[in-house]
Design a protein around this ligand. Structure first.
Ligand code: HEM
Ligand code: HEM
Length: 311
């Protein structure tokens, strides 16, 4: 196999631990992080939603509700505090020695308070939307929350699929198996005849594992260069060629073994491709979540500065 584009341990990949996520994230709603401390953060988030809705409903300013009334400022302040606290998760996750709560508790708080933020931010704006920096901040907030929701679904779905696909081995072990299969296939092919050896060698050299996330997402992590079709077609072609001609005795046995090994190599490649695809789907949302958080912080700063300057 060509190794030029192979990354034995892609940046997003983790060898043994399924999916590279904290184990607490990979469990279900009840024993996972969502239910942390008896749903403490869900209860707090619901309380915040109920209090904000009640206050908004009872609040009847003369000039109509808007972000500039006392309630508007209060909700805006709470919303901003929430956004800053939610953004701090990125820092907390990387401070392994911190004693400030557990990562599991932080993630639970993050998800539930992040969802409550949608209501708090929207009530603060009093549903006044337009083509301005205020609405931009609100839209970015929605994007961050929606991508976060996808993240929660991905974290509950992919770790189990990854574990099942890996069948007790790590990705590195599968890569070692693949190298071994390549070697055995080649030596068997050279024992068959020169033509078969060349054919198999070309197939192995043409096979590469892309390290581009886009390919992983499209299920095209395993690529067979300069060939029509994928690894499957290549396997079929070699098998068809080997099946032609009359073979007897040791020759027939070697060919049967070679066809078997080629099929095993093909299934190894399929497994690796699937592993990379699951990983990519599990991490891709962070590529939106984190940059959109930065954009939100910038737009929010602009929003707050502009209301204080022009109000
Ligand atoms: C300390 C924090 C905040 C302060 C002091 C603040 C202040 C204000 C003020 C004074 C207004 C009324 C402006 C107007 O009616 O033209 C307003 C409106 C608005 N705010 Fe905030 N805000 C804060 C946080 C937030 C947050 C966290 C969001 C959402 C991410 C947000 C989104 C909006 C939106 C969409 C409007 C409506 C804009 C419009 O009337 O066209 N604000 N804010
Ligand atoms: C405006 C609100 C939000 C902000 C500013 C925000 C920001 C962040 C940041 C900065 C990280 C750290 C990423 C990293 O370290 O790589 C993160 C992670 C995460 N966020 Fe959010 N987030 C928000 C809302 C949400 C919501 C509503 C959800 C779920 C419904 C969510 C789910 C997650 C998850 C699951 C993680 C990953 C935790 C992990 O991998 O350990 N976020 N978020």
């Amino acid at each position: 196999m060509s190794t030029s584009t192979v990354s034995p341990s892609p940046p997003s990949g983790v060898a043994a631990a399924p999916a590279g996520t904290p184990p607490s994230l990979s469990r279900g709603v009840h024993d996972g992080f969502l239910g942390h401390a008896d749903f403490r953060w869900l209860k707090l988030a619901l309380l915040l939603c109920a209090a904000s809705t009640l206050a908004y409903w009872r609040h009847a300013p003369v000039a109509g509700a808007n972000g500039g009334t006392w309630l508007g400022y209060t909700l805006g302040g709470i919303g901003t505090a929430l956004i800053l606290a939610l953004s701090a998760l990125g820092i907390r996750r990387r401070r392994y020695s911190s004693r400030l709560g557990t990562v599991r508790g932080w993630t639970s708080a993050h998800v539930w308070l992040g969802l409550a933020l949608v209501l708090v931010g929207t009530l603060h704006s009093a549903f006044e939307f337009g083509w301005n920096i205020h609405t931009l901040a609100w839209l970015l907030m929605l994007l961050v929350v929606l991508s976060g929701l996808y993240g929660v679904v991905a974290y509950s779905r992919y770790p189990a699929l990854i574990t099942a696909n890996r069948a007790g081995k790590s990705r590195d072990q599968w890569l070692i198996d693949l190298d071994e299969a390549d070697e055995r296939v080649l030596s068997l092919a050279s024992a068959v005849d020169r033509e078969t050896h060349l054919l198999v060698l070309r197939a192995i050299e043409a096979t590469a594992i892309s390290n581009r996330m886009r390919d992983h997402l499209r299920g095209r992590a395993v690529q067979v260069r300069a060939a029509n079709g994928g690894a499957g077609t290549m396997l079929e072609r070699i098998t068809a060629q080997l099946a032609t001609g009359r073979r007897t005795g040791d020759d027939a046995r070697r060919v049967a073994e070679l066809i078997d090994l080629l099929a095993r190599r093909h299934s190894l490649l399929t497994r690796l491709g699937r592993d990379l695809a699951f990983h990519a789907r599990m991490r891709v949302w962070l590529m939106l979540h984190v940059p959109m958080t930065l954009a939100l912080l910038a737009a929010l700063t602009g929003h707050i500065v502009s209301v204080f300057l022009y109000w």
